[in-house]
Ligand binder design. Sequence first.
Ligand code: ZN
Length: 255
Amino acid sequence: MRSIKFMDHDGTIHDGWVFENQVGIVQGDIFTEFKRDQATIPMSEIKLLPPVAPSKIICVGRNYPAHAKEHGVEVPKVPLIFLKPPSSLITNDDEIVLPPQSKQVEHEAELAVIIGKQGRWITPEQAKEMIFGYSIANDVTARDLQRTDNQWTRAKGFDTFCSLGPWIESDINPLDSLITCRVNGEMRQMGSTRDMVFSVRQLIAYISSIMTLMPGDVILTGTPAGVSPLAPGDIVEISIEGIGTLRNKVVSQKE
Ligand code: ZN
Protein backbone atom coordinates (compact mmCIF):
# COMPACT_ATOMS: atom_id res chain seq x y z
CA MET A 1 0.00 0.00 0.00
CA ARG A 2 1.08 3.57 -0.73
CA SER A 3 0.19 5.80 2.26
CA ILE A 4 0.00 9.59 2.15
CA LYS A 5 -1.27 12.57 4.10
CA PHE A 6 -3.12 15.19 2.09
CA MET A 7 -5.24 18.31 2.26
CA ASP A 8 -8.51 18.32 0.31
CA HIS A 9 -10.02 21.38 -1.43
CA ASP A 10 -11.83 22.35 1.84
CA GLY A 11 -8.51 22.44 3.70
CA THR A 12 -9.25 19.26 5.67
CA ILE A 13 -6.28 16.98 6.34
CA HIS A 14 -6.70 13.23 5.76
CA ASP A 15 -4.66 10.07 5.80
CA GLY A 16 -4.90 8.55 2.38
CA TRP A 17 -3.72 5.87 0.01
CA VAL A 18 -2.72 5.99 -3.63
CA PHE A 19 -3.79 3.66 -6.42
CA GLU A 20 -2.30 4.58 -9.80
CA ASN A 21 -3.13 8.32 -10.08
CA GLN A 22 -6.07 8.32 -7.69
CA VAL A 23 -6.33 8.88 -3.96
CA GLY A 24 -8.68 7.41 -1.34
CA ILE A 25 -9.24 8.43 2.28
CA VAL A 26 -8.00 6.07 5.01
CA GLN A 27 -10.38 5.85 8.00
CA GLY A 28 -8.96 4.97 11.41
CA ASP A 29 -5.34 4.84 12.55
CA ILE A 30 -2.85 3.88 9.83
CA PHE A 31 -0.55 2.35 12.47
CA THR A 32 -3.18 0.12 14.11
CA GLU A 33 -6.61 -0.45 12.54
CA PHE A 34 -7.94 1.24 9.44
CA LYS A 35 -10.24 0.86 6.45
CA ARG A 36 -9.71 2.41 3.04
CA ASP A 37 -12.32 4.30 1.01
CA GLN A 38 -12.24 3.70 -2.74
CA ALA A 39 -9.46 5.65 -4.47
CA THR A 40 -11.58 8.02 -6.57
CA ILE A 41 -9.99 11.47 -6.01
CA PRO A 42 -7.57 12.51 -8.77
CA MET A 43 -4.05 13.17 -7.45
CA SER A 44 -4.20 16.60 -9.16
CA GLU A 45 -7.07 17.71 -6.86
CA ILE A 46 -5.22 17.24 -3.58
CA LYS A 47 -2.25 18.90 -1.86
CA LEU A 48 0.26 16.32 -0.63
CA LEU A 49 1.59 16.79 2.91
CA PRO A 50 4.60 15.05 4.49
CA PRO A 51 3.34 11.45 4.81
CA VAL A 52 3.81 11.30 8.61
CA ALA A 53 4.03 13.73 11.54
CA PRO A 54 7.02 12.26 13.43
CA SER A 55 7.96 12.89 17.06
CA LYS A 56 11.54 12.85 15.79
CA ILE A 57 13.63 12.35 12.65
CA ILE A 58 16.74 10.31 13.40
CA CYS A 59 19.48 10.47 10.79
CA VAL A 60 22.52 8.30 10.22
CA GLY A 61 25.79 9.83 9.02
CA ARG A 62 28.50 8.15 6.94
CA ASN A 63 26.55 4.93 6.39
CA TYR A 64 27.95 4.40 2.88
CA PRO A 65 31.74 3.89 2.57
CA ALA A 66 32.00 5.82 -0.73
CA HIS A 67 30.28 8.89 0.80
CA ALA A 68 32.57 8.82 3.88
CA LYS A 69 35.52 8.62 1.49
CA GLU A 70 34.42 11.65 -0.57
CA HIS A 71 34.56 13.69 2.64
CA GLY A 72 37.87 12.14 3.71
CA VAL A 73 36.45 10.56 6.88
CA GLU A 74 36.42 7.01 8.22
CA VAL A 75 33.33 4.81 8.33
CA PRO A 76 32.17 4.88 12.00
CA LYS A 77 32.48 1.77 14.19
CA VAL A 78 28.98 2.31 15.62
CA PRO A 79 26.22 4.24 13.80
CA LEU A 80 26.76 8.01 13.87
CA ILE A 81 23.34 9.50 14.58
CA PHE A 82 21.89 13.02 14.70
CA LEU A 83 18.41 14.56 14.68
CA LYS A 84 16.54 16.80 12.28
CA PRO A 85 13.63 18.81 13.72
CA PRO A 86 10.12 17.89 12.49
CA SER A 87 9.78 21.59 11.50
CA SER A 88 12.26 20.91 8.66
CA LEU A 89 9.76 18.63 6.87
CA ILE A 90 8.37 19.31 3.41
CA THR A 91 7.13 16.91 0.76
CA ASN A 92 6.98 16.32 -2.98
CA ASP A 93 6.70 19.51 -5.10
CA ASP A 94 7.36 21.81 -2.12
CA GLU A 95 10.28 24.24 -2.38
CA ILE A 96 13.68 23.78 -0.72
CA VAL A 97 14.64 27.25 0.54
CA LEU A 98 18.35 28.16 0.56
CA PRO A 99 19.01 30.13 3.77
CA PRO A 100 21.16 33.30 3.68
CA GLN A 101 23.52 31.85 6.35
CA SER A 102 24.97 29.23 3.94
CA LYS A 103 26.92 29.40 0.68
CA GLN A 104 26.91 25.61 0.11
CA VAL A 105 23.65 23.72 0.48
CA GLU A 106 23.76 20.13 -0.81
CA HIS A 107 21.33 17.30 -1.53
CA GLU A 108 21.60 13.89 0.19
CA ALA A 109 19.40 11.16 -1.33
CA GLU A 110 18.36 8.65 1.34
CA LEU A 111 16.07 5.73 2.06
CA ALA A 112 13.68 6.71 4.89
CA VAL A 113 12.30 4.07 7.26
CA ILE A 114 8.91 4.86 8.81
CA ILE A 115 8.36 3.32 12.25
CA GLY A 116 4.93 1.77 12.90
CA LYS A 117 5.11 0.78 16.58
CA GLN A 118 6.39 2.04 19.90
CA GLY A 119 9.52 0.20 20.98
CA ARG A 120 12.71 0.27 23.06
CA TRP A 121 15.57 -2.27 23.17
CA ILE A 122 14.49 -3.87 19.90
CA THR A 123 16.78 -6.66 18.69
CA PRO A 124 17.81 -6.84 15.01
CA GLU A 125 15.64 -9.96 14.78
CA GLN A 126 12.56 -8.04 16.05
CA ALA A 127 13.28 -4.93 13.99
CA LYS A 128 11.18 -5.85 10.94
CA GLU A 129 8.00 -5.80 13.07
CA MET A 130 8.74 -2.15 13.95
CA ILE A 131 8.67 -0.99 10.30
CA PHE A 132 5.51 0.55 8.85
CA GLY A 133 7.09 1.21 5.46
CA TYR A 134 9.68 3.09 3.43
CA SER A 135 9.85 6.49 1.81
CA ILE A 136 12.29 8.77 0.00
CA ALA A 137 14.15 11.56 1.77
CA ASN A 138 16.41 14.44 0.89
CA ASP A 139 18.62 15.17 3.93
CA VAL A 140 19.38 18.71 2.74
CA THR A 141 22.61 19.93 4.35
CA ALA A 142 24.41 23.27 4.64
CA ARG A 143 27.85 21.71 4.06
CA ASP A 144 29.85 24.84 4.97
CA LEU A 145 28.05 25.12 8.33
CA GLN A 146 28.46 21.37 8.93
CA ARG A 147 32.22 21.89 8.60
CA THR A 148 32.37 24.89 10.94
CA ASP A 149 29.98 23.59 13.65
CA ASN A 150 30.82 20.64 15.92
CA GLN A 151 27.09 19.91 16.29
CA TRP A 152 25.09 19.56 13.06
CA THR A 153 21.77 20.94 14.32
CA ARG A 154 22.14 24.17 12.36
CA ALA A 155 23.58 22.63 9.18
CA LYS A 156 20.82 20.00 9.04
CA GLY A 157 17.94 21.77 10.74
CA PHE A 158 16.75 24.69 8.60
CA ASP A 159 13.09 24.78 7.57
CA THR A 160 12.56 22.81 4.30
CA PHE A 161 15.79 20.77 4.86
CA CYS A 162 13.94 17.43 5.14
CA SER A 163 11.93 16.57 2.07
CA LEU A 164 10.01 13.31 2.58
CA GLY A 165 7.60 11.52 0.27
CA PRO A 166 5.73 11.42 -1.97
CA TRP A 167 4.30 8.45 -0.08
CA ILE A 168 5.17 5.51 2.18
CA GLU A 169 5.50 2.19 0.40
CA SER A 170 4.77 -0.70 2.72
CA ASP A 171 6.81 -3.33 0.94
CA ILE A 172 10.24 -2.95 -0.68
CA ASN A 173 13.51 -4.86 -0.34
CA PRO A 174 15.63 -2.57 1.87
CA LEU A 175 18.67 -4.83 1.44
CA ASP A 176 19.15 -3.88 -2.22
CA SER A 177 17.19 -0.88 -3.53
CA LEU A 178 18.68 1.44 -6.13
CA ILE A 179 18.90 5.11 -5.05
CA THR A 180 19.48 7.86 -7.62
CA CYS A 181 19.55 11.64 -7.42
CA ARG A 182 19.24 13.85 -10.49
CA VAL A 183 19.64 17.62 -10.52
CA ASN A 184 18.08 19.28 -13.59
CA GLY A 185 18.00 15.83 -15.19
CA GLU A 186 21.73 15.19 -14.65
CA MET A 187 22.68 12.13 -12.58
CA ARG A 188 24.55 13.16 -9.40
CA GLN A 189 24.13 10.19 -7.07
CA MET A 190 23.64 6.51 -7.80
CA GLY A 191 23.95 3.85 -5.14
CA SER A 192 22.22 0.90 -3.60
CA THR A 193 21.16 0.21 -0.04
CA ARG A 194 23.22 -3.00 -0.33
CA ASP A 195 26.29 -0.81 0.36
CA MET A 196 25.04 0.42 3.76
CA VAL A 197 27.56 -0.08 6.57
CA PHE A 198 24.74 -0.68 9.08
CA SER A 199 21.53 -2.33 7.84
CA VAL A 200 18.04 -1.03 8.57
CA ARG A 201 17.61 -3.76 11.22
CA GLN A 202 20.90 -2.88 12.91
CA LEU A 203 19.98 0.82 12.90
CA ILE A 204 16.59 0.18 14.55
CA ALA A 205 18.29 -1.95 17.21
CA TYR A 206 20.96 0.68 17.87
CA ILE A 207 18.64 3.71 17.95
CA SER A 208 16.06 1.94 20.16
CA SER A 209 18.84 1.19 22.68
CA ILE A 210 19.03 4.97 23.15
CA MET A 211 15.51 6.34 22.67
CA THR A 212 11.94 5.03 22.45
CA LEU A 213 10.80 4.81 18.87
CA MET A 214 7.22 5.99 18.28
CA PRO A 215 4.73 5.32 15.45
CA GLY A 216 5.47 7.83 12.69
CA ASP A 217 9.11 8.36 13.63
CA VAL A 218 11.43 8.55 10.65
CA ILE A 219 14.95 7.14 10.27
CA LEU A 220 17.09 8.54 7.43
CA THR A 221 19.60 5.82 6.67
CA GLY A 222 22.48 7.80 5.14
CA THR A 223 23.44 8.90 1.65
CA PRO A 224 25.54 7.26 -1.08
CA ALA A 225 28.42 9.18 -2.74
CA GLY A 226 27.91 12.08 -5.13
CA VAL A 227 26.47 14.85 -2.96
CA SER A 228 26.75 18.23 -4.69
CA PRO A 229 25.70 21.88 -4.24
CA LEU A 230 22.26 23.22 -5.10
CA ALA A 231 21.46 26.57 -6.71
CA PRO A 232 18.23 28.57 -7.00
CA GLY A 233 16.04 27.18 -9.79
CA ASP A 234 17.46 23.64 -9.57
CA ILE A 235 15.06 20.70 -9.73
CA VAL A 236 16.17 17.81 -7.48
CA GLU A 237 14.67 14.39 -8.18
CA ILE A 238 15.45 11.44 -5.93
CA SER A 239 14.23 8.02 -6.99
CA ILE A 240 14.27 4.76 -5.04
CA GLU A 241 13.47 1.48 -6.68
CA GLY A 242 10.08 0.17 -5.60
CA ILE A 243 8.95 3.51 -4.12
CA GLY A 244 8.95 6.27 -6.76
CA THR A 245 10.37 9.76 -7.18
CA LEU A 246 10.58 12.73 -4.79
CA ARG A 247 10.85 16.03 -6.65
CA ASN A 248 11.62 19.49 -5.26
CA LYS A 249 12.51 22.89 -6.66
CA VAL A 250 15.26 24.94 -5.01
CA VAL A 251 14.66 28.65 -4.32
CA SER A 252 16.54 31.32 -2.39
CA GLN A 253 15.12 32.82 0.79
CA LYS A 254 12.78 35.70 -0.06
CA GLU A 255 13.83 39.01 1.46
ZN1 ZN B 1 22.33 12.35 5.37
